[in-house]
Design a protein around this ligand. Structure first.
Ligand code: TRP
Length: 516
């Protein structure tokens, strides 16, 4: 199937590209997932595996993705098709479908953020709140938690989902042109908001305690492969690697771009922001002696607001800044995910941008609404009391801990061995200010695949040895919600079968126009 070449668009300036790429990287992952993971894996214990993962995996894979996108001038599936034929394309679509799942629930989370943002103008800071729908009297739950569950018992999140999708469509409608314009405003704003929160956090009494926790290493924990899996997944997620996002963004670069330089700058901006966000979050929690919870969502919706509520002054202002920051940081990330999907479909089918966005957003809204299902099954369960939230937690487990690393592994093998790591390196070096040496080939061909394969194998083994993720808490579901006990298996099947079969279907359908 050959088609007329579509107008793909170009970034106007290098700084525009860097803002957009770092805007993609900096998102919910930096502000809340990082803090939650760092806490879960022992505070300071996390940062050695994290830094190692950044330098040995994150930056090289970012270079690979920038190189792949720029060299081919195509989105993920076609880029891998050019490199490795049909099997490459299959891997590409597998990644795009995982990006689809991620986009759906990422936007659901953003819709809850929007709801909390509205609440932070007042209701969220009342001393107590009841959740009448479940006969939970006032004062039982902290206000933020009560507000969140109260919101989930209504259909409001469904409306918020539609609003957040509409915002995404608006930002993405002209492709890189409108994305560049919006990120130029949003990304600097994010840094300003973060600066405000940090200054507030560390100047609170005991605020610096949190900083110590984040930087006190604990070498014992590093023997646990789970820490490494956490660090690897976090690096892939936070740098927007693995699901074709950075490949798509780089496909809009002019040919003479400094790819190595762009990779370093984007990665450092992202991880710098991440560490600063960690400082802000931990300082607030320590100042008020709040025990952080490992669950990322409770961190974002219950724990941090609980800290803000106790601030001596300006509670409402800091609350608004926090949720507004989450919203704009999340938006610049979700648009990149959608652009990765839209550009993949356009490259394949030659559709017009408007039509492609309509198809993607149409399916996406339905998916996001599913994760926003308001029915609360059991608010007594730590953080999984609602159907939507439970589904979200389960699908996130597979996409985050397995999908990202599996695609990362396949991508390194395809580019490293089939195309040849030295070829992509030579291409990157053509216009780069810093030349990358043969170490790159060694990392892409041997070290990264071996590390990812080991971690994936080990985690899978554990998964089936110690019980499928989510099985334990689902046994707690009360009468009337027994069907939820089958959810862990059902979600695993839906994720795996959808990714595989739809990727096969898309790969089988027609060929790309002959590439040079
Ligand atoms: N990096 C973003 C964050 O930290 C999320 C994100 C955007 C992402 N695009 C991605 C994660 C692609 C994985 C793959 O929130």
């Amino acid at each position: 199937m050959s088609q007329a070449p579509i107008d793909r668009g170009r970034w106007k300036t290098r700084i525009g590209f860097i803002l957009a790429a770092s805007g993609s990287a900096i998102g919910l992952g930096n502000i809340v997932f990082f803090s939650a993971n760092a806490y879960k894996f022992g505070g300071g214990a996390f940062y050695l595996p994290y830094l190692l993962a950044l330098f040995a995996i994150g930056i090289p894979v970012m270079m690979l993705e920038f190189g792949l996108g720029s060299k081919t001038g195509r989105a993920f599936p076609e880029a891998l098709h050019i490199v490795a034929g049909k099997k490459g394309e299959f891997v590409g679509w597998w990644g795009i479908l995982n990006a689809g799942f991620l986009t759906m629930y990422y936007i659901t989370i953003l819709s809850w953020v929007l709801g909390m943002l509205i609440g932070s103008f007042g209701a969220l800071w009342q001393p107590t709140m009841a959740v009448p729908a479940f006969d939970i009297p006032e004062g039982v739950l902290p206000t933020a938690t009560a507000y969140f569950f109260q919101m989930l018992t209504t259909a409001k999140p469904l409306i918020f989902v539609v609003i957040v999708w509409a915002l995404n469509v608006l930002i993405i409608r002209r492709g890189v042109q409108s994305i560049e314009a919006v990120t130029k405003v949003f990304v600097p704003l994010m840094w300003i908001f973060m600066a405000i929160l940090i200054v507030r956090g560390v100047t609170l009494p005991n605020g610096t305690q949190g900083v110590y926790l984040l930087f006190t290493p604990n070498f014992d924990v590093m023997k646990d492969p789970a820490v490494w899996q956490g660090a690897f997944s976090q690096i892939f997620f936070t740098l927007s690697l693995g699901f074709g996002t950075m490949v798509a963004y780089a496909s809009y670069l002019p040919k003479n771009s400094d790819l190595a330089g762009n990779s370093f700058v984007t990665s450092f901006l992202n991880c710098g922001f991440e560490y600063l966000a960690g400082l802000a979050v931990f300082s607030v929690l320590f100042a008020f002696a709040i025990v952080p919870q490992a669950s990322t969502l409770s961190m974002m919706f219950f724990i941090v607001p609980q800290g803000i509520a106790q601030m001596p002054a300006g509670v409402q202002l800091f609350g608004i800044v926090f949720f507004l920051l989450l919203l704009i940081a999340g938006l610049t990330s979700s648009v990149s995910l959608i652009e990765g999907i839209v550009s993949a479909l356009r490259d394949k089918f030659g559709w017009a941008r408007g039509k492609t966005i309509a198809v993607a957003a149409g399916i996406g809204v339905i998916g996001s609404c599913m994760f926003a299902l308001p029915q609360v099954v059991d608010p007594g369960l730590e953080n999984n009391g609602t159907i939507g939230l439970t589904l979200l937690d389960l699908i996130d487990h597979w996409v985050f801990s397995y999908g990202l690393l599996a695609i990362g592994l396949a991508q390194c093998i395809l580019v490293g061995w089939v195309l040849g790591a030295s070829k992509i390196r030579a291409y990157i070096n053509e216009n780069s200010s810093t030349r990358i040496g043969p170490w790159f080939d060694v990392l892409i061909k041997f070290v990264i695949p071996a590390a990812l394969a080991f971690i994936l194998g080990y985690s899978l083994y554990n998964e089936f040895q110690n019980g499928l993720y989510g099985m334990a808490y689902n046994e707690n579901y009360r009468e009337g919600a027994e069907f939820m006990r089958a959810a862990p298996v059902a979600v695993l099947m839906v994720w795996f079968l959808t990714s595989t079969f739809v990727a096969l279907l898309l790969t089988k359908r027609g060929n790309y126009a002959q590439e040079s």
